[in-house]
Design a protein around this ligand. Structure first.
Ligand code: ACO
Length: 339
């Protein structure tokens, strides 16, 4: 696939990061008491040791709003300055209003236009690109881009193939237009590529609960409103697409893998991440991983990891940061950021 040509974007920069992970920890040993699994199996196949589970009554918008508050504090912007809120999620509070509307209310971000994006684990990078377009073409110059999930609400706790993989959490960034004179502004997003292959939509999905298969008294027992995944097929496509997208985003930014200071990949499986790092020739110290603590939090993995890398001092001014994701749809995306 040829690399898409770079649109002429004005500079938009990540000026603050934040994340929020629920307190409750669910370990592999805890799961082995619910389904026929073991810490050894989960750790060796996925790299995951534990994940966080939202408290009862805590909705996706609660996680999102807390992550957003922390990102706004980090950026030093007030709620009134936010002109756009995009929440990437596959676990919205409800079908409508959008989760972003609830986040707006919780933050008091009265000047923001708010909507959600559904692109599974690629959702945050899709949302980042949409926000860049808004910043590029309009007067919505300060945006909150949030990835937030309560995947525990979509899990079939009797299915060992999936219940061990996922967790809850939220991450956010504040994205702001930089003045033309600030084309080297810190946190500048240099490029983004995105892709979709809907012919593989059935490989990873929540088949029930929507308009094609409403939940009824007859089908509720078979749990169609939970995650269904062909793991091996997903794995194969994830490696290929994430590698391809990374190379394209770097090419679009006029860079190569050897320029990358830190890659922050979607946190689904340590083996997927290692395969990509190996093919990009990146040593482990230039690859960020926190999936051992949180599992796969879908749209939240990248902004949470970005925030942790930021707060841990792993991002230095001028560093080239490669973000890359893959998810249900299939969808994939990659962005290059100059920190
Ligand atoms: N504990 C113990 N055994 C298990 C478990 C478990 N939790 N889950 C499955 N098994 C068994 C299977 O039943 C199977 O047994 P069998 O051989 O007797 O039939 C055996 O383990 C092997 O199963 P596979 O599915 O072939 O195992 P695999 O090595 O492929 O690992 C996994 C499974 C971890 C799901 C892997 O395929 C994977 O990570 N796929 C990608 C998933 C992913 O990245 N999803 C998210 C991307 S998109 C998004 O984030 C929404």
């Amino acid at each position: 696939m040829p690399a898409p040509s770079s649109p002429s974007f004005c500079a938009s920069s990540i000026i603050g990061t934040g994340s929020y992970m629920p307190d409750k920890v669910l370990t592999n040993d805890d799961l082995s008491k619910i389904v026929d699994t073991s810490d050894e199996w989960i750790t060796s196949r996925t790299g995951i040791k534990e994940r966080r589970i939202a408290a009862e009554g805590q909705a996706t918008s609660d996680l999102a709003a807390e992550a957003a508050r922390r990102a706004m504090e980090n950026a030093g912007v007030s709620a009134e300055e936010i002109k756009l809120i995009i929440v990437a999620t596959v676990t919205p509070d409800m079908f409508f209003p959008s989760t972003a509307c609830f986040v707006q209310k919780k933050l008091g971000a009265v000047n923001a236009v708010c909507f959600d994006i559904s692109a599974a684990c690629s959702g945050f990078l899709y949302a980042l690109q949409v926000a860049r377009h808004f910043i590029n073409t309009g007067n919505r110059t300060t945006a909150l881009v949030i990835g937030a999930e309560k995947l525990s609400s979509l899990i079939n706790w009797k299915d060992r193939n999936t219940c061990v993989l996922f967790g809850d959490g939220a991450g956010a960034v504040v994205l702001r237009k930089a003045a033309a004179s600030e084309s080297d502004a810190p946190g500048r997003v240099l490029s983004t590529v995105m892709g979709t292959d809907g012919t593989l939509a059935d490989v990873l999905k929540v088949p029930g609960g929507g308009s094609s298969c409403p939940i009824t008294a007859e089908n509720v027992e078979s749990r169609p409103n939970t995650i269904h995944m062909e793991g091996r097929e997903t794995f194969k496509h994830a490696v290929t697409r994430m590698l391809e997208a990374s190379q394209q985003a770097l090419e679009m930014a006029g860079l190569s893998a050897s320029d990358v200071s830190l890659v922050i990949p979607h946190q689904a499986n340590a083996r997927i991440i290692s395969a990509i790092a190996e093919r990009l020739n990146l040593p482990p110290e230039r690859v960020f991983m926190n999936l051992d603590k949180y599992g796969n939090t879908s749209a939240a993995t990248i902004p949470v990891a970005l925030d942790e890398a930021n707060k841990a001092g792993r991002l230095k001014p001028g560093d080239v940061v490669l973000l890359v994701a893959f998810g249900g749809g299939f969808t994939w995306a990659s962005s290059v950021v100059r920190w």
